[in-house]
Structure formats: C-alpha cells, structure tokens
Design a protein around this ligand. Sequence first.
Ligand code: GP9
Ligand code: MN
Length: 418
Amino acid sequence: DGSELVDIDNYIHANYKKPNDEMFGVAKGKNVILISMESTQGFVINEKVNGQEITPFLNDFIKESYYFDQFYHQTGQGKTSDSEFLIDNSLYPLSRGAVFFTHSGNEYTATPNILKEFGYYSATLHANSKSFWNRDIMYDSFGYDHFYSLTDYDVNDENSVGWGLKDVDFFEQSIAHLKEMPQPFYTKFITLTNHHPFELGEEDSLIDPYTSGNKTVDNYFPTVRYMDEAIKQFIERLKVEGLYEDSIIILYGDHYGISQNHNKAMSEFLGEEVTPFVTTQLQRVPLIIHIPGQEGKTISTVSGQIDVKPTLLHLLGIQTKDNIDFGSDLFSDDKMEFTVLRDGSFITKDYIYTSETCYDKQSGELTDMDACAPFIEKAANELEYSDKIIYGDLLRFYENDGLRNSKLLENEPAIDAN
Ligand code: GP9
Ligand code: MN
C-alpha cells in the first residue's frame, strides 16, 4: 500500500521552500530548452589551457544568465541517464545500476508529465540509438511526447567522431525538428562529442590539447572547447529563428568527465593535489539559466541537479508544494545550502563530508566530525526515502489515492492548453 509514503510526504513538505515572489512566473508560457553538456565539469569555466580560453562562449553567456557556480552533479552508475532522472524528477538515482533500466515501468511525476497539463509539448533530442540507456521506455514514463533519436538524424562518416554525430551537426539538424514542434515546448538536447575518450578531428580542434602526457586529460580540453562552439552556433541560430526571446535556456553538465584514475594529470593542471576533498569539489558542474529579459547574475548557493525541477516549474509559474521533490527552488530566499551526492558525500555552506571525513570547505582542512554530524542523518534519510519511492513504485499511490488530492488539478493552468 501507500502507507510508507506518509513519512516521506511529511519529510518532503517540511523541507519545502516557497518560491521567490520576484522570480515566480517570470518565464510563464515560455518554451524550455535544456542542454545536457556531456562530461562538462565546472572547473573549465573561466579557465585557460595553454593560455587559451576553454569555454569562451559559455564565459560570455554566463554574464547574461543566472550562473550557479556551486552546483553539483548527483549521478551514479547511470551517468547521463541518472542526470536526466534527477533533472526531470527531483529524485535521486540509485546507488547501483541505472534506474533507467531497473525501474522504467514505475509511475513518475516528471516535468514533462506535469507540463502536459499546462499545454506543453515535450521532446528529447539525442543522436544515439533510442534504446541506449533504455531511454525510449523511460521517456514514455516521464511523459515525453517524442524522442528524436539516431534515425531522425543524417549521420555519416564526415559528420561523426567518437560516439557519433558531432555536436555542431547535431544542433544544426535539430533546428528542423524544433521548428516543427507545437509551442510552448519543453525540450532536452543531449550533446555527445565531449565524451570519453574525447576524440576530435584536426578540423574541429580550436585549441591545443593539454600537455600532461595523459591522453584523457589532455584531449578533454579541445572537445570541451568544441562543444562550447557548437552551443554558441546553436544559440545564434535560435536568435535567427526567432526562438531565443521566447525560450528559457538551461545548460547543465551531466557528470564528471575526468575520473579519479587521472588524479595525477589533474593535479598538474589544477596545481594542487587531488585529495578526497578536491575530488568532491570537482563534482561541480555548470548550471546556467538564461531567461529572456533578465540580466542574471552568479549565484553561489550550494545546489545540485535535484533542484532543477522545482526551480524551473516556479519560473514557469507552476506551484510545486504538493509535489514529491527532494530538491528546492534555487531562487527561494530560504534555499537550504545542502547537497547530497549519490555516494553519500554531502556539501553544506561551510563543510564537505566525504569518505566519512568532515572538511572545512573554506580551508579544505580536516575538521571535527561534530561540524558535519547534524547533516549525516539527514543525508542518509534523503537517499533512503528516495530509494524507497523507486523500489516501491510509490508515486503510483501518491497520484492515485488522492493523498494530497490530485495536485495537478489544484493548480490553475498557467497558460491555455489550446
Ligand atoms: C549516450 C550518451 C553518453 O547516449 O548519453 O552516455 P554516458 O556514457 O555519458 O552515460
Ligand atoms: Mn554523459
């Protein structure tokens, strides 16, 4: 039955943070364009390699956007698919395996499911075979109307590298798909070129590799630079097509690109030893939210992928107080600075807890466990509650037994469903 959900429901609603009055609904009725930036870690932003900027476009774009520089990925073994799970559901992925494979038949209250009630059309665009990560099945559970996958793209030897279609061509070909969609739309574009082992042709290399001698680390920079260029061209194209001003654009890094196997080369690049503390800090990925007509600013609230769903829904003018979301609105004045990673590590305003060790965030020094202690149970609870929902498919009770009365019907539609 759904009785297990009562505790969880109480926990979630005790943690609910009300939206910021000034931001609630600022993007009401706008299209949504999410861009999943493959393997893009936060340390490349405003950083150089061989004296050259790694992300010149993003460095400019963050100046006219809300840029969250203390935003963490929370993925596990499900990699890109875990990030999609977090972003669309505000639930944690699983500690082992990929929830996209193991629990694709569950009921979810994902963002596309919710936005459907507000007249939105939703689609994911990604030039890989549709069954990779079991996406075709999971997307149905999330409520996506369409999945533009490999067969919707013209992919050949010339326009491919590494894992497949190059990002520039992917975005270019995606424009036609975007133009045929009903508006408003909720779309997710998943890039691919900046994927291990970071292969790139000479003609697409805009900067030189790094020179540590570690191929993975060295080649990471030119493929990040290439992705940056692809996103730049896509945004320019959105302007040409008249879609830019009608769309809220959200870019996020899906997960780390450089694993701990490359700590030595990373230490050389960063100029510091990659300790467990530094490894945790390296799990920061960029989150950039561009809202037409808003100047934006850099926001350093500790946050994670789990926070995107309520943040976005509030920007669109949709209430979330009756949702089972583990994250909270990044613009809320009361946003708690507390982010749990899937391995049980957590980050607060002042501390980082990882490998059962408590660090002072400012200094990186070990600190007394008492400082982290109040959060240890909360972190464990969060993960456990979220796991329970997934293992027990508990959202089916939430939706069906009227635990908090059909929440979607309570919301006044933000826009006409015409
Ligand atoms: C595959 C792409 C990359 O379609 O999303 O997957 P990853 O290995 O990063 O999870
Ligand atoms: Mn990925």
